[in-house]
Write a protein that binds this ligand. Structure first.
Ligand code: AMP
Length: 189
């Protein structure tokens, strides 16, 4: 069973690669960003609050994200496993995820760390044109990544979690095949 986390700065291609991996390996793909973008279409108070956070490029509170991920994992019934995309984004989320996975007997995750230069990220995000892709919000999101989310990698390093570092520049399919080769090299379960 594959237990994967795809990690990296905004704009490195996490969503694209996660979707492809999920399709090819029959995994449950859960993107917290996609989930939240669906959620904010609703007319609820929570939706309004979350929308404001996304529009500022800030992070949704950990407690809420942890509940969302817990429910998603419990309701996932793909026997081949899962790939989380956009979670964890804080050390607190990573710690809570560890507890959730331990309770579900789903240890030994692999982190796929996609790396792309700062300049290339800016170029890609400006091209993408999503609602939260204006220059100002992009800068905010990259700051949040540097200040907060990048620490998640240090957390996994300190725990000796398997981290596969992948160069995110190149053809989508080519990068995807490299990821699959690396995953299979590292999976003994
Ligand atoms: P993404 O599609 O992964 O780039 O996520 C879009 C936005 O959703 C982010 O800029 C955050 O505002 C919010 N978001 C997604 N995942 C998380 C998370 N794990 N924790 C907090 N906020 C999140």
């Amino acid at each position: 069973m594959y237990k994967l986390i795809i990690f990296g700065a905004p704009g490195v291609g996490k969503g694209t690669q996660a979707e492809l991996l999920a399709k090819k390996m029959d995994l449950f793909h859960f993107s917290t960003g996609n989930y939240l973008r669906e959620l904010i279409k609703k007319e609820t108070e929570i939706a309004k609050k979350v929308k404001e956070i996304l529009e500022k490029g800030e992070l949704v509170p950990d407690d809420m994200m942890i509940e969302i991920i817990k429910e998603a994992l419990i309701n996932n019934n793909r026997p081949n496993g899962f790939i989380l995309d956009g979670f964890p984004r804080t050390v607190k989320q990573a710690q809570e995820l560890d507890k959730i996975l331990k309770d579900m007997n789903l240890q030994d995750i692999i982190v796929i760390y996609l790396k792309v230069s700062h300049e290339e990220i800016l170029r890609r995000l400006l091209l993408r044109g999503r609602a939260d892709d204006s220059k100002e919000i992009i800068e905010k999101r990259l700051n949040v990544y540097e200040e907060t989310t990048s620490k998640v990698l240090d957390y996994y390093k300190s725990k000796n979690t398997k981290i596969i570092e992948i160069d995110g520049v190149g053809e989508i399919e080519e990068i995807n095949n490299i990821i699959i080769t690396e995953i299979n090299k590292n999976y003994y379960i």
